[in-house]
Design a protein around this ligand. Structure first.
Ligand SMILES: Cc1cc2nc3c(=O)[nH]c(=O)nc-3n(C[C@H](O)[C@H](O)[C@H](O)COP(=O)(O)O)c2cc1C
Length: 333
């Protein structure tokens, strides 16, 4: 077993968190990850209202007696969702772990901390990580440029970002983005992280509530099959590279640029959601990272986490054999 600050803080067996995933982070997946020894997370905004989140939390609790969390993602929208309502309901329902992400998380972080909750804040720069640390979060989730969803605008890969985190941060952090297996976990631990956050990998599990065709598409795809949309709107998102995503990129790149209005019909959230229901990977925009190149199966969360745990110990054991206590002998020429 690998014991870290994260496993002790969250009372989990494996230092693996399932990151918030819009339309995917539903009760069956969150419960399965928690039952498998990681931290499952419900995505609040996948529920149409705070009361629907209450129902989802109760449903999850029926499926697992282990700890699970709730993700609240602060979106750059003109009409914000009722964040306060979602947060209040989750606390009322006894949720004690929250993953926050997005802009201006201060008020939410303060609210959760005032209720004695554990906050994992996800961010893509050391500057944001430091300011969240000042707000009192317990753990930072450092999301490298590899990640699915929003990698920020600074294009810093995880190797550098995590090494910078080791230099700069005074509080524990986990590594997020581009991790799907034991090697990724061990690399993250070597970079000073106390665990990892995985998104795309969990999409392709038995308990993930998306259409089997999309899981098959992930398995069939390579690390070259993602792209970035919304670069020109400074709201970059890494998504699966299908025709719709390529059309968005082409519109953004045309002479004179584009306004959001020009791509709105292509990127509507409802259209992306339908991908998971109707199983057509070309139907809309859906998030995925390059780890789709690493994914070759769709196991249960239990099988996945046991495998990562076992292989991580093998990788750590293999690294230990690199040590040589023997005094170097000068080779005879
Ligand atoms: C389908 C999907 C939906 C996501 N939706 C959200 C979201 O609503 N909020 C959020 O904070 N992160 C979201 N993410 C990002 C994940 O929580 C996580 O940070 C990311 O997937 C890590 O990169 P990885 O996919 O390489 O593991 C999403 C990721 C995926 C794959």
């Amino acid at each position: 077993m690998i014991s870290t600050h994260l496993t002790r803080l969250l009372d989990i067996r494996v230092p693996i968190v399932q990151g918030g995933m819009q339309w995917v982070g539903l009760p069956p997946l969150a419960a399965a990850v928690s039952n498998a020894g990681g931290l499952g997370i419900l995505t609040a905004l996948s529920q149409p209202s705070p009361e629907a989140l209450r129902t989802a939390i109760r449903e999850t609790r029926k499926l697992t007696s282990n700890n699970f969390g709730v993700n609240l993602t602060l979106l750059p929208t003109l009409v914000p969702p009722d964040y306060e309502g979602y947060a209040r309901v989750a606390v009322e329902e006894g949720v004690r772990v929250f993953e926050t992400a997005g802009n201006n998380p201060g008020p939410l972080i303060r609210f959760f901390k005032s209720k004695g909750c554990i906050v994992i804040h996800k961010c893509t720069t050391i500057r944001h990580a430091k300011s969240a640390a000042k707000m009192g979060v317990d753990v930072l989730s450092i999301d490298g440029f590899e990640c699915a969803g929003h990698p920020g605008e600074e294009d810093i890969g995880a190797l550098i970002l995590l090494a910078r985190a080791a230099q700069e941060l005074k509080i524990p952090y986990i590594a997020s983005g581009g991790i799907a297996d034991a090697r990724g976990l061990v690399a993250a631990l070597a970079l000073g992280a106390c665990g990892v956050n995985m998104g795309t990998r969990f999409m392709c599990t038995v308990e993930s509530p998306i259409h089997q065709n999309i899981k098959d598409k992930i398995i069939a795809s390579s690390e070259q099959d993602t792209t970035h949309i919304f670069r020109t709107f400074h709201n970059t998102a890494r998504v699966f590279k299908n025709k719709v995503a390529q059309e968005v990129v082409a519109i953004e790149r045309r002479p004179g640029g584009a306004k959001f209005e020009d791509v709105r019909h292509l990127v509507a959230g409802a259209r992306g959601r339908l991908v998971y229901d109707n199983g057509d990977p070309e139907y809309g925009i859906w998030s995925a990272s390059g780890v789709i190149g690493l994914i070759t199966d769709s196991p249960t969360c239990e099988v996945l986490l046991r495998r990562i745990e076992r292989e991580a110990e093998e990788v750590i054991g293999g690294l230990a054999t690199l040590r040589s206590d023997a005094t170097p002998v000068k080779a005879k020429l």
